[in-house]
Design a binder for this molecule. Structure first.
Ligand SMILES: Nc1ncnc2c1ncn2[C@@H]1O[C@H](COP(=O)(O)OP(=O)(O)OP(=O)(O)O)[C@@H](O)[C@H]1O
Length: 300
């Protein structure tokens, strides 16, 4: 699918298959095109070219069918502030003619049963998000779309929401499509990760697959004031990629084998009396992956 806004191509020739029951992340920095893509999947925006099939149906002919099977949670859910939590869920439940029991079930699922008599305006940001989640799963949708469900939540509340989302996916067996800029969120929750950038899917797969396929190796980082003093240290078979940031005086080196590099580094430091500190050897993260394929850091 492709979607343009005047001369800006928000989603650029994206093709994606999502399997039943899969928990998939669309991960990308601000403006990558994630929301535009999920809004086309949700039938809220029409692609300029391309088409979408969900459960074998399309929006043009089968909107009524799809509306009952697909649910979405918006980035900033809107509620009637003067209604109580249980009244809000019951109201939405009445649209689907669901029994009150179902409202209790979903409130329990999102751990809001204790707040059922609170006014919606009394809820915290995280609790509002969980209320939106409860409403979205009321009718047991086969496809659930979550657009940045934890943006703006503090890390502890975010983790709590992750556990609820995980349980929800396991219990309901629904397909979940989640957009996020949090790498840890995609790592923690999702079976598959699609990394989006400038309207395109740069790469996709399980985390392990992505990290293995795109330049396997480890990262060595250290601080060195005089980069020139490091000379030939980085021109070795073991080194895949070398980067130096003047502002922080930090070298970041992608190597095949971190331990081997450390041996060379320590010998080098002793022989040449180069002043190096803050040495770290670590496994690659999604951010390193994004850096190597998009040519910049995720949060730059
Ligand atoms: N209605 C619109 N009119 C014009 N431009 C738009 C519109 N909606 C989105 N865009 C532009 O399309 C691009 C993709 O936006 P989109 O919201 O899909 O990205 P995103 O990955 O969801 O970003 P974020 O993480 O910030 O929500 C951006 O450059 C955005 O400014």
């Amino acid at each position: 699918m492709t979607k343009r806004f005047k001369d800006l191509t928000a989603v650029n020739d994206v093709s994606l298959d999502i399997h039943r029951g899969e928990f998939i992340a669309l991960l990308g920095p601000n403006g990558a095109g994630k929301t535009t893509l999920v809004e086309m999947i949700e039938g809220l925006k029409k692609p300029d070219s391309g088409s979408i099939r969900i459960l074998g149906r399309g929006w043009a002919k089968d909107e009524a069918f799809l509306r009952t099977r697909l649910a979405g949670v918006l980035q900033e859910p809107l509620f009637i502030n003067k209604l109580r939590v249980d009244e809000t869920v019951n109201l939405f439940g009445s649209f689907y003619k669901l029994p009150r029991r179902r409202s209790e079930e979903v409130l329990e699922l999102v751990e809001l049963l204790g707040k059922r008599k609170a006014l919606v305006e009394e809820l915290s940001g995280g609790q509002r998000q969980r209320l939106a989640l409860a409403i979205s799963v009321l009718n047991q949708p086969e496809v659930l779309i979550l657009d940045e469900p934890t943006t703006g939540l503090d890390p502890q509340v975010r983790r709590g929401t992750w556990d609820i989302l995980r349980r929800l996916n396991q219990e309901t067996k629904s397909t979940v499509i989640l957009t996020t800029h949090y790498m840890e969120e995609a790592e923690y929750l999702c079976d598959r990760i699609c990394i989006m950038h400038q309207g395109r899917i740069l790469t996709q797969g399980t985390l392990a697959h992505l990290l293995q396929v795109h330049e396997p190796g480890e990262i060595v980082e250290y601080r060195v004031r005089d980069e020139a003093a490091c000379g030939d240290l980085t021109s070795h078979d073991n080194v895949i990629h070398y980067q130096y940031d003047q502002a922080s005086s930090k070298a970041r080196i992608l190597v095949h084998n971190g331990t081997d590099f450390l041996f060379r580094l320590s010998r080098f430091v002793q022989d040449r009396k180069v002043d190096i500190d803050q040495i770290v050897v670590r496994k690659k993260t999604l951010d390193d992956l994004f850096l190597s394929i998009a040519g910049r850091g995720f949060h730059e």
